[in-house]
Write a protein that binds this ligand. Structure first.
Ligand code: SF4
Length: 234
């Protein structure tokens, strides 16, 4: 398994745990607001980090690091190589979190059924019929399937949405809340225009945090649940 980025220690990526964070390259989506375009386009300058070196590092840090978080890009496009890496990390006793855009249902089921993941970070980008906006129209049914499956175990999933003004308004967000209301939490991340995949997104202004808070409160009230948590820029 080749990773294309590595943050050796993170205190925020796995709730309440010390984690090491690995980034995979490549993605089957093209979200205009994507904050990691270098990973999506696999820029030449990215390092090549071998899974065996990561496992050596982990072996020496048993008891110091709790969790291994895999993010991207889209990690599940690498499942044939990622799977044995996860098995070895799990055998050493690490918790595992994988972030995914939820489009690859077979890899999701394969990894879930093998009990290799403790926490999934699932993107819920838009109401499913609008997935063409992230060039994900081919996969929107899979995304729905994966979200529904993941929500059967709400303690093992974080649902996340990047709030991007051309895509989201209060009505759309309410529609999405109704789809994911069985989650423990739905995390909203405000869009960050500093670095984006599309040039156009670079010129979009994010919503004011106060407006997002207001929408979050109103939607929570409508669905009668404290579902939405707003995270700062990521
Ligand atoms: S935001 Fe995620 S799913 Fe979208 S292009 Fe970037 S890495 Fe891919």
């Amino acid at each position: 398994m080749i990773f294309r980025g590595w943050q050796k220690v993170s205190y925020i990526e796995y709730p309440g745990k010390i984690a090491t964070v690995l980034f995979t390259g490549g993605c089957n989506f093209r979200c205009p607001y994507c904050h990691n375009p270098e990973l999506v386009f696999l820029e030449e300058s990215l390092p090549q980090i071998h899974g065996r070196d990561v496992l050596e590092f982990l072996k020496r840090r048993i008891g110091m690091i709790d969790a291994v978080c895999i993010t991207g890009g889209e990690p599940l496009i690498h499942t044939p190589h990622l799977f044995p890496f996860l098995e070895q990390a799990k055998q050493m006793g690490f918790l595992i979190k994988i972030d995914t855009n939820a489009s690859l249902d077979q890899p999701f089921h394969q990894i879930s059924q093998a009990g290799l993941v403790d926490l999934w970070g699932i993107d819920f980008k838009l109401p499913f019929p609008l997935y063409k906006k992230v060039l994900g129209e081919k996969w929107h049914k899979n995304c729905q399937l994966v979200l529904d499956q993941a929500l059967k175990k709400p303690d093992q999933v974080e649902i996340r949405t990047t709030i991007y003004p051309p895509f989201h308004d209060e009505k759309i967000l309410l529609e999405m809340a109704e789809k994911c209301s069985s989650a423990n939490r739905w995390y909203w991340q405000n869009f960050n225009p500093q670095k984006t995949l599309s040039d156009e997104a670079h010129t979009v202004s994010p919503y004011a945090p106060s407006l997002l808070s207001q929408w979050g409160d109103q939607i929570n009230k409508q669905i009668q649940k404290d579902l939405i948590i707003i995270r700062p820029f990521f």
